[in-house]
Design a protein around this ligand. Structure first.
Ligand SMILES: *[C@@H]1O[C@H](CO)[C@@H](O)[C@H](O)[C@H]1NC(C)=O
Ligand SMILES: *[C@@H]1O[C@H](CO)[C@@H](O)[C@H](O)[C@H]1NC(C)=O
Ligand SMILES: *[C@@H]1O[C@H](CO)[C@@H](O)[C@H](O)[C@H]1NC(C)=O
Ligand SMILES: *[C@@H]1O[C@H](CO)[C@@H](O)[C@H](O)[C@H]1NC(C)=O
Ligand SMILES: *[C@@H]1O[C@H](CO)[C@@H](O)[C@H](O)[C@H]1NC(C)=O
Ligand SMILES: *[C@@H]1O[C@H](CO)[C@@H](O)[C@H](O)[C@H]1NC(C)=O
Length: 518
């Protein structure tokens, strides 16, 4: 009898709760972080076309804001902007739908406001906390950061731009040992997590981390059609993929143009975010390598424009974008295209930000090689250092702390003295130099005359010394002429944390460079 009564009472409730047409989009959930002020967070979902949806934000019993909209479009979408909110929480968010006199409601619990960061790229971003050096110590930290929240999109491809994620691997969650180290290359991304927990510790407010990553994928898969056409790429111009590392990396991920943009980025455009970090490029050492100086900077511009539009103008159209300059691959059989991709990652400037890539920051990783990695040598296990270097860049670029050094030393001037057979390379800061690595500079040297009577050039190692704290003198005895100089232009330029040049104060490695002379 009581049971029957309960059933009758619960019936309407059960009915409304199984009403699948009225729901939040896939990436709204309990424990989530919404973007704080000055931006306004977007909240959207699906409903009955023509219905009225009211979204109420509550703190305890207090109503903080209330917004009403009509469900529109063929599929029935509703979308509201919340008022700009200070960081903090927890809040409760309720959405009511009124359709043909019937009211249904859905809600989100434990919603926080803070900064939302998107983490993208391939397997080095995908490596989980359980796969890295000092994993057990890192996993223990999970409980110390209850205000860092995690979300991971599933691996899905699509030929058309999707409105919402087709699947979610990790719903918004509070960090635990389990979800930080779920398994190899699943969730949660070690680089994303360590970056996020450093931010949370520094900023003392909630950080939301959204992982949308797939191992072994080229930049073309993550780019929209518009972005690709900007670099002269279209389906018809598609090159055959010639991956050199089927075993360890590339073969595992989809390489078709735009398929991951369509399924794993386009749906996220409607969320307000603070910024993005990115660790990708290995797959492009075998695909359109020479175009990466266009495809990567264009992806950044295109994502910025698209996130701005998709969030109704709430995501900054110039949002901070951090990236990892590729680490190393093969020590014994070096891969020529690694230095080229590293250079192209900076739009051929060598550093970031730069005129073609404003508001970006770069973590150099060529000194973090790990030949013995059980996950393959393309997957170094030191993710602490690389995430920390990204965090330094975020402090300077995303949070405007000018006092944080985040770039390694870079040449300011290069003066060639033929009469002395040397050049003086003057860096922009004081250097910490290891003089024992003499072979890391090379000059493009005229080594003789070829059969047509023209000068014949070749790259030859050039000994270097440092006569003062900012100057490196590179000798080129035996070259009647030189037309270029380069530094660290190797797949594997140095041993772990032992590159020849670091900043004396920043302790950050000097990135590679190549300079052509007129
Ligand atoms: C990109 O690099 C290639 C060489 O790999 C060069 O020919 C081209 O001019 C560069 N393009 C841009 C836009 O810098
Ligand atoms: C999300 O933003 C994209 C890009 O502006 C747009 O095409 C799409 O319709 C938006 N989706 C929703 C649900 O507003
Ligand atoms: C791992 O922990 C040890 C001991 O605290 C430390 O010396 C080392 O630098 C850590 N390694 C990384 C990659 O963080
Ligand atoms: C070599 O060239 C530099 C710069 O052009 C000049 O300052 C210097 O006096 C020259 N030295 C000799 C020995 O000619
Ligand atoms: C200097 O470089 C050499 C060669 O890579 C290395 O064996 C040595 O340990 C380095 N010294 C320091 C102080 O890093
Ligand atoms: C090259 O730099 C060193 C160190 O600053 C300096 O002593 C030397 O005079 C420079 N050479 C020339 C030709 O200016």
């Amino acid at each position: 009898m009581i049971q029957l009564l309960l059933q009758i009472l619960l019936l309407p409730l059960l009915f409304t709760r199984t009403d699948a047409t009225f729901r939040f989009a896939s990436y709204y959930g309990d424990h989530m972080v919404l973007q704080q002020k000055p931006s306004q967070a977007v909240v959207w979902g699906f409903g009955e076309v023509g219905a009225m949806v009211t979204v109420t934000l509550l703190r305890g019993m207090d109503t903080i804001s209330k917004t009403a909209v009509i469900v529109k479009g063929d599929v029935g979408v509703w979308k509201v902007l919340l008022d700009p909110m200070d960081y903090g929480g927890p809040y409760h968010l309720i959405a009511h739908q009124t359709f043909k006199q019937e009211i249904t409601s859905i809600h989100l619990d434990d919603v926080l406001f803070g900064d939302v960061w998107l983490c993208g790229g391939q397997s080095n971003m995908e490596m989980t906390v359980s796969q890295i050096f000092n994993a057990s110590k890192e996993l223990e930290l999970a409980s110390q950061y209850p205000y860092v929240r995690l979300f991971t999109a599933s691996l899905v491809t699509s030929d058309i731009e999707l409105l919402d994620l087709a699947k979610v691997d990790l719903e918004w969650s509070i960090p635990t040992r389990k979800n930080l180290g779920n398994g190899d290359f699943t969730y949660f991304s070690a680089v994303c997590w360590i970056f996020g927990r450093h931010l949370a510790q520094k900023l003392k407010y909630p950080i939301g981390l959204v992982e949308s990553v797939w191992g072994g994928t080229p930049v073309e898969a993550w780019s929209s059609k518009t972005a690709l056409s900007n670099c002269g790429l279209s389906e018809s111009s598609k090159e055959k993929i010639q991956s050199r590392f089927e075993v360890t990396d590339t073969a595992t991920g989809p390489c078709q143009y735009t398929v991951l943009w369509n399924a794993m980025i386009h749906p996220l455009l409607n969320m307000t975010i603070k910024g993005a970090i990115w660790y990708q490029g290995e797959a492009n050492t075998g695909l359109n390598t020479h175009l990466y100086n266009c495809t990567f900077p264009t992806l950044i511009q295109d994502w910025r424009r698209s996130f701005h539009e998709g969030s109704l103008g709430q995501t900054d159209p110039n949002f901070p974008f951090g990236f990892v300059q590729l680490s190393t691959f093969m020590k014994t059989q070096p891969h020529d295209n690694y230095p080229e991709i590293r250079w192209h990652q900076t739009a051929d400037y060598g550093y970031a930000p730069n005129p073609k890539m404003p508001n970006t920051f770069m973590a150099v990783a060529m000194d973090l090689g790990d030949d013995d990695s059980p996950y393959g040598c393309v997957h170094p296990r030191d993710k602490h250092t690389v995430a920390y270097r990204l965090y330094l860049g975020a402090q300077a670029i995303a949070y405007g702390d000018q006092s944080v050094p985040f770039q390694g030393p870079f040449p300011e001037t290069i003066d060639v003295y033929y009469n002395y057979s040397y050049m003086n390379i003057t860096y922009n800061e004081e250097l910490l130099i290891n003089h024992t690595c003499g072979q890391i500079f090379e000059v493009f040297c005229s080594v003789g005359i070829n059969i047509n009577g023209e000068s014949h050039y070749a790259w030859v190692p050039a000994p270097a010394k440092s006569p003062s704290s900012k100057v490196v003198t590179v000798l080129f005895k035996g070259c009647s002429h030189i037309s270029a100089v380069r530094y660290a232009w190797y797949d594997w330029p140095c041993e772990y944390k032992k590159c020849p040049i670091y900043g004396i104060h920043s302790r950050l490695p000097a990135p590679l460079f190549i300079k052509y002379f007129k």
